[in-house]
Ligand binder design. Structure first.
Ligand SMILES: *Cc1c(COP(=O)(O)O)cnc(C)c1O
Length: 350
């Protein structure tokens, strides 16, 4: 099966497994796992923050960060299709008791991003009535790259302006950086420059970085100290987690620069899709490793086309009317060419 459904499908390579096998371990829960501690130092430096925390998943990073920055009844703002609002089973509401308010990007902005005016419009709408009537906006979450937007990298100028405006208006700023390293490789803007403009930021090791488990949240000493308590309360504290951290350290060394080839494969896929009759895809060139497309009207549904491709050995994901393909280290340029041939056949022959 060509695994294009998600970059979470990466399997640890032999060399990564060797790093795992050789890991020195201790008790992570007590802060005495040396491999985890090395990972945290590396990540804090990478992201330009004072401290960092190892968590089992990216979802728990968003969960902890939302709790960290809000009180029940506060408002969490995020772009309308963002992961924290749409893909986390309501966790932010369940655990933090926040209200959520989607931000809609104005027409023409890169999908998944929004402008200062869009942020202002959302905050002004929330504050139509004065204290104590309106719920207080407290936190904005910025997703980088934006998954449902198609792996969008925030334009630097927009990001700088939006974060400055959010600060002026008294918001805490959290970056869901599940694929931040893809954005770093695509934009050439270093991770610590993105990190400098937000309060908390995390990266996922189980997406394009190709590790089996783990995500790291970074922030100030004070934020991370409180986050450590929340992690414990949520059941996220671990024991010999160096087993997992060793794979993450390996990924930091070996799997960042190579993300550029995933991006090239995504562009190769998008260019090929544009030549297949019956397939529609956005005119935007993919910036990173995610490509959305859809069957043209009159053809099969997205779910039907995904099923036809699966029968032919190609894994894709149907998300509503759209199909998502994600490139990663277990997908080669040859796999892309084969995937294109399968899609062309599946749409023509049923
Ligand atoms: C995958 C993902 C998450 C959640 O990370 P997990 O490690 O799967 O829990 C959060 N945000 C975005 C944008 C993601 O793509």
């Amino acid at each position: 099966m060509i695994p294009l459904a998600s970059d979470t499908e990466t399997r640890p390579s032999a060399a990564m497994r060797a790093a795992i096998a050789a890991a020195e371990v201790g008790d992570e829960q007590r802060g005495s796992d040396p491999t985890v501690n090395r990972l945290l130092e590396r990540c804090a430096a990478l992201l330009g923050k004072e401290a960092a925390l190892f968590l089992p998943s990216g979802t728990m990073c968003n969960l902890v960060a939302t709790k960290l920055h809000t009180e029940p009844g506060d408002v969490l703002l995020a772009e309308g299709a963002s992961h924290v609002l749409r893909v986390e089973s309501g966790g932010a509401g369940m655990v933090s008791g926040v209200m959520t308010e989607p931000i809609t990007g104005s027409p023409g902005v890169p999908p998944g991003t929004f402008t200062v005016d869009d942020l202002d419009a959302t905050l002004d709408r929330l504050a139509h009535l004065p204290f104590p009537y309106a719920p207080p906006a407290r936190l904005v979450c910025i997703e980088q790259t934006h998954n449902m937007g198609g792996g969008t990298v925030w334009p630097w100028e927009t990001f700088a302006a939006v974060t400055a405006r959010a600060r002026e208006r008294g918001l805490a700023i959290h970056m869901d950086g599940a694929r931040l390293m893809n954005a770093v490789v695509a934009s050439g803007v270093a991770a610590d420059r993105w990190g400098a403009l937000v309060d908390t930021v995390w990266i996922d090791f189980t997406k394009g970085l190709g590790a089996p488990i783990g995500a790291v949240l970074a922030g100030s000493e004070a934020h991370i100290a409180r986050a450590r308590r929340l992690k414990h309360a949520f059941g996220g504290a671990m024991r010999q987690a160096g087993i997992a951290a060793a794979a993450c350290l390996y990924a930091l060394d070996e799997h960042i620069e190579r993300l550029a080839s995933d991006h090239a494969n995504a562009r190769r896929l998008a260019a090929g899709l544009a030549r297949i009759p019956g397939i529609r895809r956005p005119a935007r060139e993919p910036q990173t490793n995610i490509v959305f497309f859809e069957p043209a009207p009159g053809g099969p549904s997205a779910a039907q086309l995904v099923e036809r491709c699966a029968r032919r050995g190609l894994g894709l994901g149907a998300i509503g009317p759209r199909i998502r393909a994600v490139t990663h280290l277990d997908v080669s340029a040859g796999d892309i060419d084969q995937a294109l041939a399968i899609i062309a056949e599946a749409i023509a022959d049923g």
